[in-house]
Design a protein around this ligand. Sequence first.
Ligand code: SF4
Length: 497
Amino acid sequence: MTSIDFKKDKPRCACGIFGIYEHTQASLLTYYGLHALQHRGQEASGIVSHYFDKEKKKHHFNTTKGMGLVTDVFKDYTVIQEQLVGSSSIGHNRYSTSGSANNRLNIQPFVVNYRDGNLAIAHNGNLTNFRKLRSELQNEGTIFQTTSDSEIILHLIARSKKTKQIEQIQDALEQIEGAFSLLILTDTALIATRDIYGFRPLALGKKDDSYVVASESCAFDIMDAQYIRDIEPGEILVIENNISIKKKPQSLHISKQTPTHHHCIFEYIYFSRPDSQIFGESVDKVRRKLGKGLAQEAPVAQEDDTKTIVISVPDSSNTAALGYVSESNKKGIRAKLEIGLIRNHYVGRTFIQPEQAQREMKVKTKYSTVKGVLKGRRVIVVDDSIVRGTTSKQLIKLLKEAQPKEIHFRITSPPIVNSCHYGMDFPNKKDLIACQCDGDIEKMRQEFGVDSLHFLSMEKMLESVPRNEKKNYCTACFGGAYPTQIESTLNKDELEV
Ligand code: SF4
């Protein structure tokens, strides 16, 4: 039986992480934090809390994990109230980019107990030297419990010859390469760290008298926490016992290597929520600029009296469509923003979809058109990215049923021509429509059956994001320049038995 998952026609994000140190409602706030970060991973979710038994002078790490959405895994409130007791906790929303999605052992946070106490870890990103490190560790006798790259970090900490725990963590972090935004909960600290490139976002905030750390600042807004700053690339922030909010946590560094700042530009284009602030900038602001840049590069001429409307492919393109309209109007083009596509947010899993007709059905369960808005109009459709192109084709077909006069397709990123090795799940190159069409935009236009097609140029995309000598971006999936060395790609299920 085959199932076609249209959500996979967008790159999928690797995970969302949240942590809080010393708060009376630690696990409840972690639950809310994960809820706000649900868009970063929907396969599984988990929370680990730390409880210190003063009488017995014993540290306990309590864990609840499961497959599904945050609301599925934690549907029983007593789990938060009675099981996840304690004053500190970390949580994780998973979308698998390393390690099989179906292996329950891969659900994070991972917890171990070693010679220096308990350790829990929540990881967003992908390690690029995973294969090498795993085989070295296995040759030395390490037994792996999971097929996830994140487990390696725990083994490297536990096997470190350093005496102090923070040095063991530093030692481990210096051996791993690639993308990692990490939260490590120990018996005495919450540690937040990012790789030296800063691929994935990680923000520090404050809730009441406690520090909070999250993949995106939208997790702070849900609980009225205040954003303080980003965890810097290459930084190890140690939030320890007895440090009050007035005293800053200790800030260490991964290695003497200078951080090079290669933030994932796709976080701005598609992954992050528009109400988040990432890499020091509002996602909403960047998406508006992307839309404006698109209107500057590819305005749609009004050659007759046909009314021009701009619609977005909801929800991730809504803000960019606003930018496109405002810039078009500035250029004297009368274009009106309309809601022409409605997204059904309650799709969930539908029946098995083996045939073409069923595939169309799947798009129709997810999107519907407002026919009166589209009929007889010149329609400019704004979308953020195209991966396989399967959903786009079906979507254009659906729009055509509403009988618009013309359809002009505008994309707020360049064509995707490469895989991501830093925590985003793209299909193989052969499945990318831009590769199938040899990068020929006219060929793609014909595939989609639209009147015109334009992808934002690399230059305009980079003009839309904040840049300075410290702030650079990874654009490898568009241009192929990977900021790190890449070992041969590991299939997600390769290690499964
Ligand atoms: Fe982001 Fe693309 Fe770079 Fe991956 S390859 S980190 S998706 S910009």
